[in-house]
Design a protein around this ligand. Structure first.
Ligand code: PGA
Length: 254
């Protein structure tokens, strides 16, 4: 089965509304010839509607960077899945390592957010990945396995159609230290094997697994050409059209 590549830009806490409008417009102008690859922009919450206005007549998708699991109520500072959907977003990133590291995210809360997002009709980019210590102690496979199993807990095979997994080794995020294509491929194949065990071979074959962690135009080809790497979740390089669009073009020509 040929999986469609998916390149997502995680803008993190960058770009006010005017900068967001400009960046989205530049990406839009430079991707009119992209016909196969899925493109997703994930600006901060405040810029979702601004970016939506720019890209609404294109095939570029919109995603948020987090979601709360309750539908409404006294949860100051939080946003529900329906609110995110009403901003025009179709995707949400859940369980990014920065959320896990700085905001106390656990596999249990990641799972709650994932379920709430799916129930509201959003697609989820579920992030997993080991720290440097964990890799050096040789427990990468166990860590990733626990995160994938915990994050997907209770999801049906049908719901798996709306899941993208992003494998992002924590030591490669924002460090310029990219996993080698072989290191990434090994973990991606492991995740696909695990999903086959948890579900079945059809679900595993259809699942898209992105790599994230210092993806740049000059390493995109070698990563994206690995058999189990179906796209990229890009941080630093997604903040400029000049570095984000070449990554999309790498995916498009494969
Ligand atoms: P990076 O970030 O590309 O800057 O390493 C990736 C991410 O955190 O999603």
């Amino acid at each position: 089965m040929k999986r469609i590549k998916v390149i997502a830009g995680n803008w993190k806490m960058h770009n006010d509304n005017s900068a967001a409008q400009q960046l989205a417009s530049q990406i839009k102008i430079r991707t009119t010839d992209i016909k196969k690859t899925d493109i997703i922009l994930c600006p901060p919450f405040t810029a979702l509607t601004v970016v939506h206005d720019v890209i609404k007549d294109t095939r570029i998708g919109l995603g948020a960077q987090n979601v709360y699991w309750e539908k409404s109520g006294a949860f100051t500072g939080e946003l529900s899945a329906d609110m995110i959907k009403s901003s025009g977003a179709a995707y949400v990133i859940v369980g990014h390592s920065e959320r896990r590291q700085y905001f106390g995210e656990t596999d249990e809360t990641v799972n709650k957010r994932t379920k709430a997002a799916l129930e509201a009709g959003l697609k989820v980019i579920l992030c997993v990945g080991e720290s440097l210590d964990q890799r050096e102690s040789g427990i990468t496979a166990n860590v990733v396995e626990a995160q994938v199993t915990g994050g997907l807990s209770g999801l049906t095979s049908e719901q798996m159609e709306d899941i993208i997994i992003a494998y992002e080794p924590v030591w490669a995020i924002g460090t310029g230290k990219v996993a080698t294509p072989e290191q990434a491929q090994e973990v991606h194949a492991h995740i696909r094997g695990l999903v086959e065990k948890l579900y079945n071979s059809d679900v595993a074959a259809a699942l898209r697994i992105q790599y994230g962690g210092s993806v740049k135009p000059d390493n995109a080809d070698s990563l994206l050409s690995q058999p189990d790497i179906d796209g990229a979740l890009v941080g630093g390089a997604c903040l400029k059209a000049e570095t984000f669009v070449p990554i999309i073009q790498s995916a498009e020509k494969l």
